[in-house]
Design a protein around this ligand. Structure first.
Ligand SMILES: [Cu+2]
Length: 299
């Protein structure tokens, strides 16, 4: 009898140990400007971009969950833990396709000097701080991202930003850049051991050309307006390498993403949720085993 009870208990403990791997393992990633994880990885907005398809192929199938690119116990030593050339994947196998050196990952169109809104979707909020880096002007999208591309200091450091509608909101002023760049965001949480990494591709608009100094006569104003309007509007767009479909509207992105337990409070870490899952699962299993044993005794 004692042996049977012990065996049943062992079964519950084993099953409970497997449970945390199932749900509730979801945390966060930037949706504005859209990150490679949010654009390409599982549970993201599934943009279907060619770069995302290539990333999945390079990964040998599906990528990991968009909000789960994290490494435990980094404690601020990002450069020691994340290898050069693997910054976008954090060096994690499940995301290695995101390291591809391509200039057509879904990108956000920005301007030099712009104050950029950053929305970091928190499927499970955690206390912590963000370090936001931008690639140097010498960065080339044809090379895999390395730490030397980012400079020694982040563009911005934000501690405990406000959480609005399931996303941390921050702003960062963009310096002078041209063409393709990457906003590299590190989220070091303090309520869990994890640090999260992400690459958001940016496409800087070409600087506005100085207006031609020749003034048209006043009488021809309506005609010249029409003539200059369309070429001027079309010209800057062609300088970005992203296809029009690839540049994404931030507000739409957030809605497409599938939230997982996004209403949990900041203090309620995923470890607590996992713990609850273990207890709940254990109770269900215990009841089930009890039922089987009772039935066996009756027969
Ligand atoms: Cu988490």
């Amino acid at each position: 009898m004692i042996i049977r009870r012990l065996a049943a208990m062992a079964g519950v403990v084993t099953a409970a140990a497997l449970l945390p791997a199932l749900p509730a393992a979801a945390h966060g990633a930037p949706t504005t400007p859209i990150s490679r994880t949010a654009a390409c990885a599982s549970g993201g907005s599934d943009t279907g971009a060619a770069a995302c398809k290539a990333a999945k192929t390079a990964n040998g199938g599906a990528l990991g969950n968009f909000d789960n690119l994290r490494i435990p116990d980094v404690n601020g030593n990002d450069r020691a833990r994340v290898p050069d050339g693997k910054l976008c994947s954090g060096g994690l196998d499940a995301y290695r396709g995101l390291d591809l050196a391509r200039d057509d990952f879904p990108a956000t169109s920005v301007s030099s000097g712009q104050t950029l809104k950053v929305k970091y979707r928190a499927t499970i909020p955690h206390a912590g701080s963000f370090r936001i880096y931008l690639t140097n002007s010498g960065y080339k999208a044809t090379k895999k991202l390395a730490w030397s591309d980012l400079g020694s200091k982040p563009l911005a450091e934000v501690k405990e930003p406000a959480l609005h509608d399931g996303a941390y909101s921050m702003t960062v002023k963009l310096p002078q850049r041209t063409g393709r760049q990457i906003l590299y965001i590190v989220w070091e949480t303090s309520s869990t051991p994890d640090t999260y990494y992400s690459c958001s591709d940016l496409s800087f608009k070409a600087a506005a050309k100085p207006k031609p100094t020749t003034k048209a006569p006043a009488s021809s104003a309506p005609a010249s307006k029409k003539a200059t309007a369309s070429p001027a509007a079309a010209a800057p767009d062609t300088t970005t390498s992203a296809a029009p479909a690839a540049t994404t509207e931030p507000s739409e992105q957030a809605q497409v993403l599938t939230p997982v337990g996004d209403q949990s409070s900041a203090t309620l870490g995923h470890s607590l949720i996992a713990g609850a899952a273990v207890l709940g699962g254990g109770a269900v299993l215990w009841a089930a085993i009890g039922g089987i044993r009772r039935r066996r005794r009756q027969s």
